[in-house]
Design a protein around this ligand. Structure first.
Ligand code: FMN
Length: 346
């Protein structure tokens, strides 16, 4: 059983923080269908919170159904990170997570994200400042190091643990790699003994067998799943179920659920409805009450994700272009329903 500073996770499968993906609506769907042990918000800029950007504040919203939840924050200035952690805590998450994995230049050039892997003193100072600022557990998500010349994560993780971090997640790639190549799970195994707190492995877990193999080969306490869960809560559920079975000594299977077309389309439409509610600052679509601005923002924000719900179905490629132009719920509904009936007719 993974325990993070006294919070017991019902299973050791974690939904990864993903910018523009793991917003509240996606998490509510992932929770209902897959029920992972812990989920995270997308990363939240400490600087943007400091300057009171409304768009960023919205990312801090927590829904009672999605617990336990970690809010992930990023920044390079200890005092501002501490201030943001306090504000984030007031929104009621179970955990504050610190991002030290984001490799994109706009983040790293501010000394945040993976840039901290090159500055261990500042990184440890940030962890200590955040731990001291809040009452809830603080965790850190790192990459292996900046580039191949230094596997920095084990030493950093030890320092973070000394500063009070209660869990470390390792995305087993170096920052310079971006998403290239395969994640090197040996790095997770090599890091295992560096820390006493739970160690979560991350990188390229795509199906149940990957998750079990990661647990077996690396000694990690849990696995974090990112891309495989995008618009595919069923895959996340397959992984959760297999890991639960594996851990309780039951037989597990690598069989992948095949949701029906109806399930996929209903879930995609529900995702859009929840996104409209989210953009309108309310909990349900009904409460959004035809807020056209919210609807437009929500529909545009999901243009990358909705097509993935039907990916792989014959003919899905042909409607992809139309889905990426939808600006209203009705437009999405028309394209998806038309697609469903063309598939069932074919
Ligand atoms: C679209 C996208 C957005 C991401 N945003 C974040 C983020 O906000 N914070 C973070 O720590 N990692 C972020 N990541 C990295 C993931 O959390 C994860 O470490 C990475 O995708 C590897 O896991 P996977 O192979 O299961 O996808 C993002 C990844 C993707 C694909």
């Amino acid at each position: 059983m993974v325990e993070v500073g006294g919070i017991r996770l019902r299973n050791p499968v974690l939904l990864a923080p993903m910018e523009d993906v793991t917003a509240l609506p996606m998490r509510r769907i992932a929770k209902q269908i897959a029920n992972p042990g812990l989920m995270f918000t997308e990363f939240v800029s400490a600087m943007a919170i400091h300057y009171k950007a409304a768009k960023t504040y919205k990312k801090l919203r927590v829904h009672p159904e999605e617990r336990p939840l970690g809010i992930q924050i990023f920044g390079g200035v200890p005092e501002i990170m501490a201030e943001t952690a306090r504000i984030a805590e007031s929104f009621g998450p179970e955990i504050i997570d610190i991002n030290m994995g984001c490799w994109v230049p706009k983040v790293c050039k501010t000394g945040s994200g993976a840039a901290l892997l090159k500055d261990p003193d500042r990184a440890a100072e940030i962890v200590a400042a955040v731990v001291n600022a809040v009452k809830i557990p603080v965790t850190v998500k790192v990459r292996a190091g900046w580039d191949y010349s230094l596997f920095a994560a084990p030493d950093l993780a030890r320092r973070f643990q000394d500063a009070g971090a209660q869990m470390i997640t390792l995305h087993a790639r170096f920052a310079k790699q971006g998403f290239e190549g395969e994640a090197d799970w040996n790095l997770i195994r090599e890091m295992r003994d560096a820390v006493r707190v739970p160690l979560i492995g991350n990188g390229d877990v795509k199906e149940p067998a990957d998750a079990i193999r990661m647990l077996q080969e690396t000694g990690a306490d849990g696995v974090m799943v990112g891309r495989a869960a995008i618009s595919n809560p069923w895959r996340l559920r397959d992984i959760v179920r297999a890991v639960e079975a594996f851990q309780s000594g039951q037989p597990w299977t690598n069989e992948l659920s095949v949701p029906t077309m109806r399930e996929r389309i209903e879930t995609a439409l529900e995702h859009i409805r929840l996104m409209i509610a989210y953009e309108a600052g309310v909990d349900t679509y009904a409460e959004a009450d035809g807020d056209k601005d919210a609807e437009g923002r929500a529909c545009r924000a999901l243009r990358g994700q909705i097509p993935i719900y039907i990916k792989g179905e014959p003919g899905a490629g042909a409607v992809r272009g139309r889905l990426t132009l939808c600006s209203t719920f009705g437009e999405y509904e028309d394209v998806l329903m038309e697609f469903a009936s063309s598939v069932s007719a074919g």
